[in-house]
Design a protein around this ligand. Structure first.
Ligand code: 3EB
Length: 311
């Protein structure tokens, strides 16, 4: 068991670090110049809080990047990214997303980090297409096929965020581990992989949270979903409160006291920034403009917690 976190997260704009120890730097909003190969730009407008997050390693890195797929690892953890061009999504969204996840899942076992723990998908035109042709639903079909083909059952699904961003194309960001983490589901919510047919032909393949062997709780994008239904349609203030109840229920399900390290709030309407109480969420809180995958959902939060009493 790994007892200490195999990475260090910094939300400083420019931490004093050696570029050789950067697993991945995620930049939201506007940025100048060409990104470094270890930098990922989400394209999500930045509204408040840290604009960059640095996933740093205390130990030397190995670069496993091949072509478009970037992946840097230490002995315990790896962070990577893969872009899907708009042309591929237009030609066949499900197939291009399946191929992207299949590439990631094929590479991981060769790196000593076979477990896909966490994924973030920044998806352009998330609501384009009608009914089951909607881009998000097609994405779910592709992801589901790739995870199933890799032999993963629901327990081994990653925690996830899928969020719409302005502009074209998609970008996948992921975290992989040497050891598996423990899937935690939310007793207030139907597991996403058990959602009924009305939300799409392929239920979303993710778990609500992953509890790592080093005492962190990695929480997926969490919204005002109770059971499988969206609550408080279009009411952002009420959705935020419901979302916080969901986060609290997940922490309780994971056992013990959890201290917030980092939260990201995705708001559909940037004019509603004042509704977000960053103090109450705790830790480093970034607020971004992003479109949650169900149109009636106005807000979503993801979080990273550490077991209280550790540092
Ligand atoms: C929900 O609870 C809200 O498809 O991977 C949140 C996080 C949501 C991840 C995904 C979807 C996903 O169903 C939507």
């Amino acid at each position: 068991m790994t007892r200490t976190p195999p990475y260090r997260l910094s939300t400083e704009a420019e931490p004093a670090v050696d570029a050789g120890r950067v697993l991945l730097c995620v930049t939201h909003g506007e940025a100048e110049g060409e990104p470094a190969m270890w930098e990922l730009r989400t394209g999500l407008p930045h509204l408040a809080g840290p604009q960059r997050e640095w996933w740093l390693s205390e130990t030397p890195l190995t670069d496993h990047s091949t072509g478009e797929l970037g992946l840097r690892t230490n002995a315990d953890i790896g962070f990577g990214q893969l872009r899907i061009p708009e042309s591929a999504l237009r030609a066949d969204c499900a197939a291009s997303c399946e191929e992207a996840f299949a590439r990631i899942l094929a590479l991981l076992p060769t790196t000593g980090l076979p477990h896909l723990l966490r994924s973030w998908i920044y998806l352009g035109h998330i609501h384009a297409g009608e009914g089951d042709d909607e881009r998000y639903r097609q994405f779910c079909i592709g992801r589901g096929r790739a995870l199933t083909a890799a032999g993963l059952d629901a327990n081994a699904f990653p925690a996830a965020t899928v969020i719409g961003r302005p502009g074209d194309g998609a970008c996948i960001h992921f975290m992989a581990g040497r050891e598996p983490a423990e899937a935690i589901e939310n007793p207030r919510q139907t597991s996403a992989f058990d959602y009924p047919r009305r939300y799409g032909p392929q239920p979303p393949s993710f778990v609500r949270a992953q509890r790592t062997s080093w005492g962190e709780l990695i929480v997926s994008g969490t919204a005002a979903v109770v059971g499988h239904e969206s609550r408080h349609p279009d009411d952002t203030a009420a959705q935020l409160l419901e979302t916080e109840r969901n986060l609290a229920a997940l922490r309780e399900a994971a056992g013990g006291d959890w201290q917030p390290l980092r939260t990201v709030v995705y708001l559909r309407d940037p004019a509603e920034l004042a509704l977000v109480d960053r103090e109450r969420l705790g830790g480093a809180v970034s607020v971004l403009q992003g479109d949650v995958c169900r149109p009636e959902l106005m807000v979503e939060c993801e979080a990273l917690y550490r077991r209280a009493g550790r540092n």
